[in-house]
Design a protein around this ligand. Structure first.
Ligand SMILES: [Zn+2]
Length: 204
């Protein structure tokens, strides 16, 4: 338990530092949550949502799963989107994939079983739908990274056509769905420029 014990020590140090710098910090956060952004990303430990965009607790509503897949039949993801859009009123939904995604790789290799294989079925379908483009890539790595990008584009489409987002647009809500990708090699994000919807002010 030594390792886990250290996590509690770190937590106490972190909470102490925050309170020392701003005595009202936790009481304010405890009473209000008003993020402007919903982040849908991969569970990969190397892609920590808040850290890579420099946002504090309270600023980002986050949903992560293996390979950032958003099937409309996934009650978990749909509930997150519904809560974020209808209750929190977020104006931006960011689907953020990443290059060298293990989930995407597993779907490309396509020979595993169990829950992960079932979960990745939409990615296998996506790879089949884009077989020609993927086969034209110069290397396995290029194929892998291209499928990471295609996955983000497909998930932007899935979220944009979901019931919750369509209903928000019908009632005139300012809401945009963006597709970004993160590069593990340099820590940088890239906008795939597949945004759906609009928000008057690009700022938060
Ligand atoms: Zn991943």
């Amino acid at each position: 338990m030594k390792y886990l014990g250290r996590l509690f020590e770190r937590n106490q140090a972190w909470a102490g530092e925050r309170s020392a710098a701003d005595p009202g910090y936790f009481s304010r956060l405890a009473h209000i949550q008003r993020p402007d952004l919903l982040w849908i990303g991969c569970s990969d430990s190397r892609v920590p949502a808040n850290q890579i965009v420099g946002l504090e607790p309270g600023e980002l509503f986050v949903h992560r799963n293996v390979a950032n897949v958003v099937p409309v039949t996934d009650l978990n993801a749909m509930a997150v989107i519904e809560y974020a859009v209808s209750s929190l009123g977020v104006r931006h939904i960011i689907i953020c994939g990443h290059y060298h995604c293990g989930g995407v790789r597993a779907a490309l290799e396509g020979h595993q079983a169990g829950a992960v294989a079932l979960w990745l079925q939409p990615l296998r379908n996506l790879a089949a739908a884009h077989r020609e483009e993927l086969e034209a890539q110069p290397s396995d790595d290029a194929r892998w990274d291209r499928l990471c990008e295609l996955n983000v584009v497909a998930q932007v489409q899935a979220v944009a056509t979901s019931e919750v987002v369509q209903a928000a647009w019908e009632r005139g809500a300012e809401l945009a769905v963006h597709g970004w990708i993160y590069d593990l090699e340099d820590g940088l994000l890239r906008d795939l420029e597949v945004t759906e919807g609009r928000v008057a002010d690009a700022g938060g």
